[in-house]
Design a protein around this ligand. Structure first.
Ligand SMILES: Cc1cc2nc3c(=O)[nH]c(=O)nc-3n(C[C@H](O)[C@H](O)[C@H](O)COP(=O)(O)O)c2cc1C
Ligand code: SF4
Length: 606
């Protein structure tokens, strides 16, 4: 149980233990803050003071980090910090009703810690459990398949003060749900054949296989993996770094969760291959905070591999092949999936995306050349090293070799993971997962594309529909505006706030979408939405701001009826008559009809 009134000595000892475990480099501060938060359910000011004494950081830096990361807090969140996952797929399965029910049973107001300090209930962005939604996190641990019965039992456990290890373990069960296996998932065994091939054939030969395979990054952008590794290897600075991006925050995406759970050896093998090729000594797995439950499992995989001589000094007996991996936890910030924000976060800072170039392969973690790869990319690299580039190229299309893991959720009979060859159509996936009467598919998460029925013959491939893997299905009974509202809320919440187009534009867009949903919008508002969306796309600093308007623009183009059916007629009384209100105010104050000061607009600020 957490302790919301810790003594300074108690706080100091937690900080000391964390420092003993992870060291006192400034880039460890986020991990220390997470350790403190997990122990006390908040970051007491005494912890900030202890860290400032022990590490070369200022209290301003620490407070800025606490403010930035959603899972850190300066005020106590209670013995049970409960966060309902709030992706549209959770909503479609009733998370809001379940949350209301739990709040009622626990007598709590959402987002406020109960007066006795025991519990707080709130919302969080998608937790990566869409195939077993609705889900929640309790003290950072995922709990799936919520229903009324489970909610009642949770309330009873909280009210009885039961410690989490004494909660029914089936509450925390997370199932892989692999529905279709292919090149990557067919074989659960890890034989470390990729590392063996690297040792016997040499790094040039294995890099050539990755090149021959035509492997492109699976994290979304589709950059050539061989080229990325080559650029890093050719960089002047010899202190290179390999990072596995296991942040998987895109709503609707959960395929990396399954790879981390059941194919972790292959992922680590992929990192080791990369290290052998680019000559890196240091590796990191950046694990999203929502996957905290996987931490011990991943640590044990790393430890076993060290004992097997597959990590650490002289890997596979090769003198000079030294490489080890540390795990850094995220703390609830979607933007930290963006590679330069991830690197900032690895350095213990707020996850604000860097200006690029220079790209991470030239100047990344602590200004060292850094390869950042998605989990699936690394698993694919390990398979290619074992089976060869031609084997991988044998599947897929001209520009999209191999297979793609899809995270399928929403209105279908069999949600889960589908590994399909690139070149598969949306219609084939819908058929496979038992989706009937589909109205729309949201591909690649909130930042992706909304596809209507007339696009279901399109192909999953970089040359047609590139995807990081999320495929959310909406049948004819769904109101797509609910999805648009949910995603607009998501982006507003997850914007890092660094640049105006995204910070302000996202809020304006969210408010306009809400206005449409409330039946208060007019045709002019739709034009304004398009305008704001285009400014965001054109002028935002990073990919989040460029893609955040996608759901609005796509649905305006492809599903205009969801907007048109809610518009106020031009003859209706305005919801708020500004001129009438001003006249009334003038009459009361005796003011003249002076011109108001111009209000800054989004265009003026960018
Ligand atoms: C807002 C945003 C979030 C992202 N989230 C992830 C993520 O969770 N996982 C990921 O692998 N890539 C994510 N990316 C892409 C990464 O920046 C980067 O391109 C990727 O990790 C590179 O790996 P790859 O070449 O193996 O695809 C994100 C990008 C943006 C703009
Ligand atoms: S676009 Fe959004 S997330 Fe990206 S830097 Fe600007 S404010 Fe931050």
């Amino acid at each position: 149980m957490s302790n919301s009134n810790p003594t300074p000595a108690g706080v100091d000892s937690v900080v000391k233990r964390s420092i003993q475990r992870l060291g006192r480099d400034p880039d460890t501060v986020l991990q220390h803050l997470i350790a403190v938060q997990q122990t006390f359910s908040f970051v007491p000011s005494t912890a900030v003071e202890s860290l400032v004494r022990a590490i070369d950081v200022t209290s301003a830096q620490l407070l800025a980090a606490v403010d930035f990361y959603a899972f850190l807090s300066l005020s106590p969140r209670g013995d049970y910090d409960i966060l309902f996952s709030d992706n549209i797929s959770d909503r479609m399965l009733g998370n809001q009703q379940l949350m209301r029910e739990l709040c009622k049973l626990l007598d709590v107001v959402p987002d406020r810690t109960r007066a006795d300090g025991r519990v707080r209930v709130g919302l969080t962005s998608c937790t990566g459990m869409c195939d077993q939604a609705p889900a929640l996190l309790v003290n950072g641990f995922a709990l799936t398949r919520l229903d009324e019965h489970r909610v009642r039992r949770i309330a009873a456990l909280v009210n009885a003060g039961a410690a989490l290890p004494n909660w029914p373990q089936e509450f925390f069960a997370v199932t892989d749900h692999v529905q279709r296996r292919g090149l990557l998932l067919d074989d659960l065994q890890s034989r470390d054949a990729g590392v063996a091939a690297l040792l016997s054939r040499g790094s040039d030969a294995i890099l050539a296989e990755i090149e021959r395979a035509g492997l492109r990054g699976r994290g979304g952008a589709g950059f050539s993996t061989a080229l990325k590794w080559r650029l890093c290897r050719e960089s002047a600075n010899p202190h290179r770094v390999v990072v596995c991006n296991a942040d998987e925050g895109e709503p609707g995406t959960f395929k990396d969760r399954v790879l981390l759970s059941s194919y972790a050896d292959l992922m680590v093998e992929g990192m080791t291959l990369c290290a052998g090729i680019v000559n890196a000594c240091d590796g990191f797995i950046y694990l999203r905070g929502e996957y905290r439950y996987l931490l011990e499992h991943l640590e044990s995989v790393l430890q076993r591999r060290r004992e097997q001589g597959l990590l650490g000094q002289a890997i596979g007996g090769r003198v000079g092949f030294d490489f080890d991996i540390r795990i850094h936890l995220g703390a609830g910030a979607y933007i930290c999936g963006e590679e330069s924000a991830l690197i900032e976060s690895l350095e213990g800072k707020r996850g604000i995306p860097r200006k690029r170039p220079p790209f991470p392969v030239i100047k990344g973690y602590l200004e060292r050349p850094t390869v950042v790869n998605n989990v699936e990319t690394l698993v694919a690299a390990a398979r290619i090293a074992e089976h060869g580039g031609a084997w991988f190229r044998g599947e897929g299309t001209g520009q999209s070799a191999g297979s793609k893991l899809l995270s399928v959720s929403g209105d279908c009979a069999r949600p889960g993971i589908y590994e399909v060859p690139f070149g598969t159509s949306i219609a084939e996936v819908l058929d496979d997962c038992g989706a009937w009467d589909t109205q729309a598919v949201q591909l690649s998460g909130a930042a992706g594309k909304t596809l209507g029925v007339d696009e279901f013959q399109r192909l999953l491939a970089f040359e047609d529909l590139p995807t990081a893997g999320a495929l959310m299905i909406f049948d004819q009974s769904r109101d797509l505006l609910d999805m648009v509202c949910n995603f607009a809320d998501f982006f507003t919440h997850e914007s890092c706030g660094f640049c105006t187009p995204c910070r302000v534009g996202g809020k304006l867009l969210r408010d306009l979408v809400a206005k449409v949903a409330a039946g208060q919008a007019r045709r002019d508002d739709l034009a304004e939405m398009r305008h704001i969306a285009n400014v965001m796309r054109r002028t935002s600093h990073c990919g989040l701001g460029h893609t955040a308007p996608n759901p609005v623009l796509d649905t305006l183009d492809k599903f205009p009826a969801i907007y048109a059916s809610r518009l106020r007629s031009e003859n209706d009384d305005p919801a708020f008559d500004l001129e009438a209100a001003l006249s009334e105010a003038r009459a009361l104050s005796g003011a003249t009809n002076a011109q108001p000061k111009p209000v800054p607009t989004l265009d003026a600020e960018v």
